[in-house]
Design a protein around this ligand. Structure first.
Ligand code: DGL
Length: 265
C-alpha cells in the first residue's frame, strides 16, 4: 500500500517512524514544505491555501491513503484536505482524542493550533468532563529545525511552557505538534514522572494499521524505508542529512514546487 504524508519539515519523521513500526509493509511518499516552515505562526487562510496545494500535489501521486502529519494543518484545514483527496485521510487530533483516558490533560502545540482549540474541542466531544489546557509554544519548531534540542536555552523554554500546565495538575501531556516527539528526552527530563506523555502518532498508526489490515489483498511487501520517496519545497540536500540523522536512511530527496505556476513534479 502506498501512503502519502506531509509536514512543514522534519516533524513528519515522528509520524513516519511510528507508522512504519505498525505498518511495515507499506511504502511512503513524504512531502516536507520546507520553503514555508514554520506553519505554526501562519494565518488560517494561509494554512488552508497550503492544504489545497498539498492535496492537489498528492492527487497525482497515486496514493492509497493519506496521513495529515502536521497538527497545524490538521487543526485548521482537515476539511479542505478531505474534500480535495479521494483516498481515506487519517488525522492526528481526532485519532488521539478518542483514546484519552485522563481527566486533566495538557496540550503543547504551535500558536496556530492552540488558537483553534481543536484538541480541546475534539477531546470534549468524546469525554465532555475532561479539563483540557492548551499551551502555545512558538519557539520549539524553529529550534528543533535548527537541531537545537539539547541546549540550556530550550530546556528553560520547555520549563516555562510547562509551568502553567503543571499548575493545573495535568495527568497527561499531548505532544500536539509532530515536531515535539523529537524532544521527548528533554520533555521527559523536565516533566514529573506521574504525567503521561502522549504522542498522537500512536493512535493514528493504530487506525491506519486497522485500515491496511482490512485491505490486506493490496499489500506489497517491503522491509524498511527503501521504497519510500521524499520531496521538499527547498534545500533537498539538507533534508537528506536530516533524514539520515532521524531515520537512519540517506534518501534521495527531490525538489518540488507546489504552486501551480512552475510546478516541477
Ligand atoms: N509539525 C507541524 C505541526 O504539527 C508544523 C509545525 C510548524 O511548521 O510550525 O503543527
Amino acid at each position: 500500500m502506498r501512503i502519502g504524508l506531509f509536514d512543514s519539515g522534519v516533524g513528519g519523521f515522528t509520524i513516519l517512524k511510528k507508522v512504519v513500526e505498525l505498518c511495515p509493509d507499506s511504502s511512503f511518499i513524504y512531502l516536507a514544505d520546507t520553503a514555508r516552515l514554520p506553519y505554526g505562526v501562519k494565518t488560517s487562510n494561509e494554512i488552508k491555501q497550503i492544504a489545497e496545494e498539498i492535496s492537489s500535489w498528492f492527487n497525482y501521486q497515486n496514493i492509497d491513503a493519506f496521513l495529515v502529519a502536521c497538527n497545524t494543518t490538521n487543526a485548521i484545514a482537515l476539511d479542505v484536505i478531505k474534500k480535495k483527496l479521494d483516498v481515506p485521510v487519517f488525522d492526528l487530533i481526532w485519532s488521539v482524542a478518542s483514546s484519552i483516558q485522563e481527566s486533566r490533560v495538557g496540550v503543547l502545540a504551535t500558536p496556530s493550533t492552540a488558537k483553534t482549540k481543536a484538541y480541546t474541542n475534539a477531546i470534549l466531544e468524546f469525554k465532555p468532563n475532561t479539563f483540557v489546557i492548551e499551551k502555545s509554544c512558538p519557539e520549539f519548531v524553529p529550534m528543533i529545525e535548527m537541531d537545537d534540542i539539547n541546549s540550556a536555552k530550550i530546556t528553560d523554554i520547555a520549563i516555562g511552557y510547562l509551568q502553567p500546565l503543571l499548575k493545573q495538575e495535568i495527568e497527561s501531556l499531548i505532544l500536539g505538534c509532530s515536531h515535539y516527539p523529537l524532544i521527548t528526552p528533554l520533555l521527559s527530563k523536565v516533566l514529573p514522572s506521574h504525567v503521561k506523555l502522549i504522542d498522537p502518532a500512536e493512535a493514528l498508526s493504530f487506525k491506519l494499521k486497522l485500515f491496511i489490515e482490512s485491505k490486506t489483498n493490496n499489500l506489497v511487501k517491503r522491509k524498511d524505508f527503501v521504497d519510500s520517496k521524499f520531496f521538499v519545497t527547498s534545500d533537498p540536500k539538507n533534508f537528506s542529512f536530516r533524514a539520515k540523522h532521524w531515520l537512519n536512511v540517506f534518501p534521495e530527496v527531490n525538489l518540488v514546487s507546489l504552486q501551480k505556476k512552475g510546478r516541477v513534479s
